[in-house]
Design a protein around this ligand. Structure first.
Ligand code: ADP
Length: 254
């Protein structure tokens, strides 16, 4: 069974224009999927529908056997614990330490009071350190996040997502603010997370070459519609043209 099953999904904001139209797809456990497409294609909107940060206007969205649109408030909270998020601008609390930011990933499992008081178990703290070590960030655990480079901040973001024990990680332009070396480090980590831990990754990307290199599967969006869904190998210069239209010229590296 697919981990994520999307059927005829459409989205419009405030009765405005259709931003996503009749999206259909199944995404499986452990798959590494990139979503590419021009700016405004609806990539970010699609990710926000999956963890129901926004509601879809039409269609169906099933995740891990659950109808996402039918969830009440407490079940929605549970749903979100299964989905980690990685953002372009990291979304860390800069005045807090690395380890505190990682532990924030456990908030979804806590009562409001535990969360406010920052009460975490010994196991959670040990796990936070283990994840930081795994990501090469162990020595920075007590630094304030505003002392880190962009690449280091993103590794904290990954640790914060992993400590949720997610089944799916959604990454919205995870390397758009990073230099090529840091981008490689981040993409290598995401790839090994999906392969070694069998966590599904859906990654919105601007860089077609990166999508091609790392993904099991690439989905191309244009004007809110899926115009390509295939393996990296199947992503030819013709398909890139179809996805990007007139912007494609700059993106094809052959
Ligand atoms: P992408 O991530 O591919 O750049 P987005 O999902 O951000 O695309 O945006 C798709 C379209 O939806 C754009 O036309 C954008 O202006 C519009 N849009 C995005 N967020 C909102 C919002 N909160 N309210 C109204 N329109 C929005």
């Amino acid at each position: 069974m697919a981990l994520l099953h999307v059927k005829d999904l459409s989205k419009q904001y405030d009765k405005g224009k259709q931003v996503l139209s009749n999206i259909n797809m199944e995404i499986f456990e452990g798959e590494f999927v990139s979503i590419i497409g021009p700016s405004g294609a609806g990539k970010s909107t699609f990710l926000r529908c999956i963890n129901r940060m926004i509601d879809i206007s039409d269609g169906e969205l099933h995740f891990d056997g659950t109808d996402v649109m039918s969830l009440n408030k407490s079940n929605l909270r549970k749903h979100r614990t299964k989905i980690g998020m990685i953002f372009q601008h990291y979304n860390l609390v800069s005045r807090l330490t690395v380890i505190e930011n990682v532990l924030h990933g456990r908030f979804g499992y806590k009562s409001t009071l535990q969360g406010v008081l920052g009460i975490f178990t010994e196991e959670e703290k040990v796990e936070a350190f283990r994840l930081l070590e795994k990501l090469g960030m162990g020595e920075h655990a007590y630094k304030r996040c505003d002392q880190l480079s962009g690449g280091q901040k993103q590794r904290v973001g990954i640790a914060r997502a992993l400590i949720q024990s997610p089944k799916l990680i959604l990454c919205d332009e995870p390397i758009a603010s990073l230099d090529p070396n840091s981008s490689k480090v981040i993409m290598d980590h995401l790839k090994s997370i999906s392969k070694e831990m069998n966590i599904t990754c859906i990654v919105n990307l601007h860089q077609v070459d990166v999508a091609k290199k790392y993904s099991d599967r690439v989905i191309g969006l244009n004007g809110g519609q899926v115009v390509f869904d295939g393996t990296s190998k199947e992503l030819t210069s013709e398909s890139i043209h179809e996805i990007y239209g007139s912007e494609a010229g700059d993106l094809i590296m052959e």
